[in-house]
Ligand binder design. Structure first.
Ligand code: AMP
Length: 189
């Protein structure tokens, strides 16, 4: 099974992806985590990405598409992938369809984790406290820009997936365990 966890920054995509990894043995492909690893390793890509991430903007499509293409090796796709933070643009979504088709696969479900925008600021602030400020983009000012980018570039993917009849929604305002239950119900239905 190959799925996308979809939603704005702070919706809980990473948290829920990690639960699915633990419970179902799927593989989480988080482009944000991959970029942060590149930053920590001090690679040229990491250096370029840090500036973009700290501005709340998007890393170029070509870079992200190649990153996911390389991550989708045969072992990974055999377990089923949870895409977390990818795709974020229509070009990425179309490239993903091609990548999966080229491997004889398809997306099964796109799960939108719906959250009121007002709570996102509080969540990002508490994440900043929990991670000791290790994510330099977790502050109100950058979040505002990340939300704008989400509305302008990423939210338009919702109709794309709705048309394909693979879009499902869960209430992300509930507790982590309750959101997890909803996601599992979607995946088992
Ligand atoms: P995330 O951890 O998913 O919130 O990603 C953190 C930041 O990494 C984003 O705000 C973007 O700057 C960058 N990023 C992550 N995934 C992508 C993507 N699929 N396309 C473009 N930029 C991305």
């Amino acid at each position: 099974m190959n799925i996308i966890l979809f939603g704005p920054p702070g919706a809980g995509k990473g948290t829920q992806a990690e639960k699915l990894v633990a419970e179902r043995g799927m593989v989480q492909l988080s482009t944000g985590n991959m970029l942060r690893a590149a930053i920590a390793a001090g690679t040229p890509l990491g250096k370029e990405a840090k500036q973009i991430i700290d501005a709340g903007e998007l890393v170029p499509d070509s870079v992200m598409i190649q990153m996911i293409d390389e991550a989708m090796d045969s072992d990974t796709v055999a377990k089923g992938v949870i895409l977390d933070g990818f795709p974020r643009t229509l070009a990425q979504a179309e490239a993903l369809d091609e990548m999966l088709a080229g491997r004889g696969l398809a997306l099964d479900t796109v799960i939108e984790i719906k959250v009121d925008e007002t709570v996102l600021f509080g969540r990002i602030e508490s994440r900043a406290e929990q991670t000791g400020g290790s994510r330099s983009d977790d502050n109100a000012e950058v979040l505002k820009q990340r939300l704008k980018v989400y509305h302008d570039n990423t939210a338009p993917l919702l109709p794309y997936y709705r048309e394909k009849q693979i879009l499902k929604q869960v209430d992300g305002m509930q507790q982590i365990e309750a959101v997890s239950r909803q996601i599992n119900e979607v995946l088992d239905s």
